[in-house]
Design a protein around this ligand. Structure first.
Ligand code: RB5
Length: 147
């Protein structure tokens, strides 16, 4: 599985931790930056990762900023993206099972590294349940087409 990852200056340290976890566990990683703690604009980086997922270049995506909020909003503006902001393991499992999310967002200033890895692992391993959730996701995605 190929994973797109991106962050702003407020998420750099956590991005590096998550990237290291992914590479250690056999995932391919495409890192869209940022690469330093110099102040930058999170949409520049979250948008690139989201487009890589939407285009099929990457299978899933992870975005990190200080709160996780700015990067999650940005990712969800890209057609085809369902990005969940998760700071607990229950939500990470539930959003795979119910929302079939293809991206996850986290905030470096919100949670510790150990919990972030638990969340990422639960999300990556979680299976979409399908069934009743199919029509809900179809209705959600119809808003992108202004239906
Ligand atoms: C940067 O200071 C901060 O605004 C950003 O990392 C993020 O939290 C935005 O949602």
């Amino acid at each position: 599985m190929k994973i797109a990852i991106a962050c702003d200056h407020g998420g750099l340290r956590l991005k590096e931790v998550l990237k290291n976890y992914l590479e250690t566990n056999g995932y391919m990683v495409e890192d869209f930056g940022t690469y330093s703690e110099d102040s930058c604009d999170y949409p520049d980086y979250a948008g690139k990762a989201a487009k890589a997922v939407a285009s099929g270049m990457c299978d899933r995506g992870i975005v990190v900023c200080g709160t996780g909020i700015g990067v999650s909003i940005t990712a969800n503006k890209v057609k085809g993206i369902r990005c969940a902001l998760c700071h607990d393991v229950f939500s990470a499992k539930a959003t795979r099972a119910h929302n079939d999310t293809n991206m996850i967002a986290m905030g470096q200033r919100v949670i510790g590294e150990g919990l972030a890895i638990e969340i990422l692992s639960a999300w990556l391993e979680g299976e979409y349940e399908g069934g009743r959730h199919d029509q809900r996701i179809a209705k959600m995605m119809a808003y992108e087409r202004d239906e």
